[in-house]
Design a protein around this ligand. Structure first.
Ligand SMILES: *[C@@H]1O[C@H](CO)[C@@H](O)[C@H](O)[C@H]1NC(C)=O
Ligand SMILES: *[C@@H]1O[C@H](CO)[C@@H](O)[C@H](O)[C@H]1NC(C)=O
Ligand SMILES: *[C@@H]1O[C@H](CO)[C@@H](O)[C@H](O)[C@H]1NC(C)=O
Ligand SMILES: *[C@@H]1O[C@H](CO)[C@@H](O)[C@H](O)[C@H]1NC(C)=O
Ligand SMILES: *[C@@H]1O[C@H](CO)[C@@H](O)[C@H](O)[C@H]1NC(C)=O
Ligand SMILES: *[C@@H]1O[C@H](CO)[C@@H](O)[C@H](O)[C@H]1NC(C)=O
Ligand SMILES: *[C@@H]1O[C@H](CO)[C@@H](O)[C@H](O)[C@H]1NC(C)=O
Ligand SMILES: *[C@@H]1O[C@H](CO)[C@@H](O)[C@H](O)[C@H]1NC(C)=O
Ligand SMILES: *[C@@H]1O[C@H](CO)[C@@H](O)[C@H](O)[C@H]1NC(C)=O
Ligand SMILES: *[C@@H]1O[C@H](CO)[C@@H](O)[C@H](O)[C@H]1NC(C)=O
Ligand SMILES: *[C@@H]1O[C@H](CO)[C@@H](O)[C@H](O)[C@H]1NC(C)=O
Ligand SMILES: *[C@@H]1O[C@H](CO)[C@@H](O)[C@H](O)[C@H]1NC(C)=O
Length: 730
């Protein structure tokens, strides 16, 4: 047959086909058909779900299409000769669903590496069929929502070099299975079983692990009993993490230590560590030393000055008493120094000025006195400085560099103005200078140059002047703004930009005048709004009702007028998340809107000292409100105030539901976080490390990034807080 012009395109595609076919069989593109089918069936058994991966997002299976060589698919590697799949890397692939024992994954017999980390397998049990991958050298199931028992068949994988089952939902490992694993997995170099429940496994059995082991991570495994000191006879052990095993006792050996050990984490255990000179000389290659909240015996830290390789030293939350030894100045490699939450006293020593590589210095929660030494502000790479809760006095001196990302000097006795160099820290995300009582001067509008600011707390000082008007719209990242308890005058910033991130806005206890700016409704993420104890003159700001996430609204002690007389067009009834409402000491008149009954989360309502009249709404939570939350009004009636309503019907009178607690103390001066949180429990989580408030739905990313702490073992979805610098999912 001859060529006609019409069939040219057909011929062309035939040639293309030949070319493709040729390249497929002649190179690594060849894929055995059964392997391709197994992979496609595996793909079909899961959905792609963006909340299934936390650390990173690469939906690799999306590129898997029938008719293309599987060896070219994302995450798939093959043996070039046989076309067998030998490695599968599906980490962060957003897979969601159950991994059953009949999954076609298990017909990929030739796998040597399998990484399924950071997906959501919906509490699947780890199938015994994993034990059939006889040539597997790497198995990573970390942070993938597996649960149940770790099957003993894992011990069949005698070629494993790296095994990571960490960060799942407390799957358990029986002693007999672990014993088999120890006996058979003789090639292991990395073993991470963090958060696998090993409470029945004898710690001593760890000492028989493979002599090739270089990294052992067992944090949060529920280990109990004596720390196996002989573990350091493993000749290649470089990294040991047994933190968060708070029933692990015994003592840390002072000799026979591995001289290749570079990272040691025994935080949150009860292992006694005797800081003797010979121990220190045994750990001279140590670079990372985490002994937060552990049992360090000896209050003199001077020998630590011998560990000159140290990059990180975390001795926070111990019971050290005394001064910081000047020998710490020898540790010139140090980048992270955390000595917070102890009883260190005296001045912050000058010797720390020689730690020119320091990035993180955390000394909060001690008894340091004297001024903040100016050399701290001359450290060239310092990013994170936390000195809150000490007895520091004097002025804050000017910063010599612009490297700061996090600065917390709150709860000291500092005075004077905020140094202007703070506003030149262009990467600053957190600035907390609260509760120094005597910081004075105005808040410069240069503060609005800090475009990455997420948290600004200057509360409880003596700052004066006006609130910089740019505060409502300068940083779209600002989520906490607290300027309460100062002497600020003028009006509330009137422009709040759209798409702002404010979750907490507190201007309580100033001398602010004027009206509540309607553009505040642009703050659609706002959960707390506290404008109490000011001089705001306005009608009741019903427009706040459009703030969908508002949980706490405090407008007490202002000059607000209204409720509209009790026929209400507007109602506050849409604030369905509201938990606390304080409108006390205003000029409110008329009746309480009955729609408040519908606010089922409302746990605290203070309407005292207004000019309200008529019936108090009834309904579940209204029945628990106490008389003094309604006192000082013109004529409220209802059982809460022991006064029957004559003009209204069906108000239940059940004195037995009286609540004797004095809810009004929950508010006190301004707005007490602790009191409210303790008062009704729900709502907020306190950021432990900063003593700060983070909201219940998420830890802000600055928190995750800045607080170089271990996973919060109590958090329900640990997988979301992956790693020390893990990303927040949105
Ligand atoms: C996505 O995954 C989450 C858990 O990670 C689950 O709660 C949710 O139902 C899933 N969504 C869909 C559409 O499957
Ligand atoms: C996830 O697990 C729950 C509880 O076992 C089950 O009801 C649900 O069907 C599972 N979802 C998927 C997608 O496998
Ligand atoms: C695999 O097993 C699960 C649970 O036993 C079952 O629901 C599912 O239908 C099975 N799938 C196949 C393909 O056999
Ligand atoms: C495992 O590896 C060995 C040696 O490389 C090889 O001979 C054998 O075929 C492999 N087994 C599988 C199932 O791939
Ligand atoms: C989990 O796996 C990832 C990728 O392999 C690794 O970076 C991480 O350190 C592992 N462990 C944890 C606890 O995330
Ligand atoms: C040890 O590994 C071999 C394969 O390498 C396997 O045949 C044997 O069953 C394993 N033993 C145990 C106790 O798991
Ligand atoms: C760990 O296992 C033990 C013994 O089976 C059990 O009592 C304990 O509750 C488990 N812990 C967790 C956190 O699941
Ligand atoms: C370690 O292995 C040796 C030899 O196999 C055995 O005798 C000993 O009991 C094991 N120790 C522990 C604590 O399991
Ligand atoms: C150090 O190891 C040796 C040999 O294993 C042993 O005899 C000695 O008792 C060990 N010392 C300590 C303090 O554990
Ligand atoms: C370690 O430090 C202590 C106290 O500073 C000192 O007395 C001792 O000689 C040092 N040891 C070594 C091996 O440098
Ligand atoms: C700091 O505290 C030390 C000991 O607690 C005390 O001796 C010293 O006088 C104090 N210095 C200042 C400036 O308060
Ligand atoms: C209150 O909610 C209803 C129903 O969602 C909506 O139609 C109405 O516009 C809302 N009112 C205000 C003032 O936002």
């Amino acid at each position: 047959m001859g060529f006609s012009p019409l069939s040219l395109s057909q011929s062309l595609s035939f040639i293309m086909f030949l070319f493709h076919f040729h390249s497929t069989i002649s190179s690594s593109h060849f894929c055995a058909p059964d392997q391709s089918l197994s992979l496609l069936q595996f793909k079909e058994s899961f959905s792609i779900n963006s909340s299934a991966s936390g650390r990173c997002h690469h939906p690799k299976t999306e590129s898997w299409k029938e008719g293309t060589g599987c060896c070219l698919w994302d995450g798939v590697s093959c043996d070039m000769k046989t076309g067998h799949v030998t490695a599968l890397d599906l980490s962060c692939s957003m897979l969601y669903g159950t991994l059953h024992s009949n999954s076609t994954l298990f017909s990929l017999h030739h796998l040597q590496k399998l990484d399924l980390s950071d997906n959501d397998f919906n509490n699947s049990h780890i199938s015994p069929r994993f034990g059939q991958f006889s040539n597997l050298t790497l198995l990573n199931l970390n942070s993938s929502v597996f649960a149940g028992q770790v099957p003993s068949e894992i011990s069949h994988l005698s070629k494993l070099v790296s095994l990571d089952l960490s960060g799942n939902y407390d799957p358990s490992l029986e002693p007999i299975s672990f014993a088999k694993l120890v006996r058979n997995l003789t090639e292991l170099r990395e073993l991470d079983l963090s958060r696998v429940n090993m409470s029945l496994v004898a710690p001593n059995s760890l000492t028989n692990l493979s002599s090739s082991l270089s990294s052992l991570s067992l944090w949060g495994c529920g280990l109990q009993g004596k720390f196996p000191g002989n573990i350091f006879l493993l000749p290649k052990l470089e990294s040991l993490d047994m933190s968060y095993n708070n029933r692990l006792t015994g003592s840390f050996p002072s000799s026979n230590l591995s001289n290749v050990l570079s990272s040691l984490d025994l935080s949150n255990t009860r292992i006694s560590v005797y800081l003797e000179n010979d121990l220190i000389s045994n750990l001279k290659s140590l670079e990372y030393m985490y002994l937060r909240n552990s049992n360090i015996i000896r209050s003199d830290l001077a020998p630590l000055g011998n560990l000159t390789q140290l990059i990180l030293l975390d001795f926070s939350s111990n019971n050290f008493i005394g001064e910081i030894p000047s020998s710490l100045g020898n540790l010139v490699q140090l980048r992270y120094l955390k000595l917070d939450s102890n009883k260190f006293m005296g001045q912050i020593p000058d010797s720390l000025g020689s730690l020119l590589n320091l990035r993180t210095l955390s000394l909060y929660g001690n008894l340091f006195n004297g001024t903040i030494p100016s050399f701290l502000f001359a450290l060239p790479s310092l990013q994170y400085l936390d000195l809150h809760n000490n007895n520091l006095i004097g002025n804050i001196s000017e910063l010599q560099h612009d490297s700061l990302v996090y600065l917390d000097l709150s709860n000291n006795h500092l005075h004077g103005p905020i140094p202007s160099s703070i506003f030149k820290q262009e990467n600053l995300e957190v600035l907390i200078l609260a509760s120094n009582s005597k910081l004075t001067g105005e808040i410069s509008s240069s503060i609005c140059k800090l475009r990455f600011l997420r948290l600004l707390d200057l509360s409880n000082n003596s700052l004066s002047g006006s609130t910089p008007l740019c505060l409502g719209n300068f940083s779209n990242m600002l989520s906490v703004l607290h300027l309460g308890m100062n002497n600020l005058q003028g009006t509330i910033p009137s422009i709040f930009s759209k798409n702002n991130s404010l979750e907490y806005l507190n201007l309580n206890g100033n001398e602010l005048e004027g009206k509540i700016p309607p553009s505040i409704i642009s703050c659609t993420l706002l959960e707390v709004l506290d404008l109490g104890n000011n001089k705001i003159e306005d009608t009741f700001p019903y427009f706040l009702e459009t703030l969908p996430k508002l949980q706490i609204l405090v407008l007490k002690s202002n000059k607000l007028q209204g409720f509209v007389k009790g026929h209400i067009q507007s109602s506050l009834g849409n604030l369905t998340n509201l938990e606390s409402l304080d409108l006390s000491s205003n000029l409110l008149t008329g009746r309480i809107p009955m729609q408040l009954e519908g606010l089922t989360f409302l746990a605290i309502l203070n309407l005292s000292h207004n000019q309200l009249e008529g019936p108090i709404p009834s309904g579940e939570q209204f029945n628990t409100f106490n008389a003094n939350l309604f006192e000082g009004n013109l004529g409220l009636c209802g059982f809460q105030v022991l006064k029957e309503c004559y003009d209204d019907e069906a108000l239940s009178l059940s004195p037995s539901s009286f609540n004797e607690e004095d809810d009004s103390t929950l508010f006190g001066e301004g707005f007490g976080w602790k009191a409210v949180t303790m008062g009704y429990g729900c709502g907020f989580v306190f950021g432990v490390a900063t003593g700060y408030v983070v909201f219940r739905t998420k830890k802000p990313s600055w928190f995750l990034r800045m607080v170089e702490d271990k996973w919060n073992l109590n958090s329900k979805k640990t997988k979301k807080n992956v790693g020390r610098y893990g990303a927040r999912r949105n």
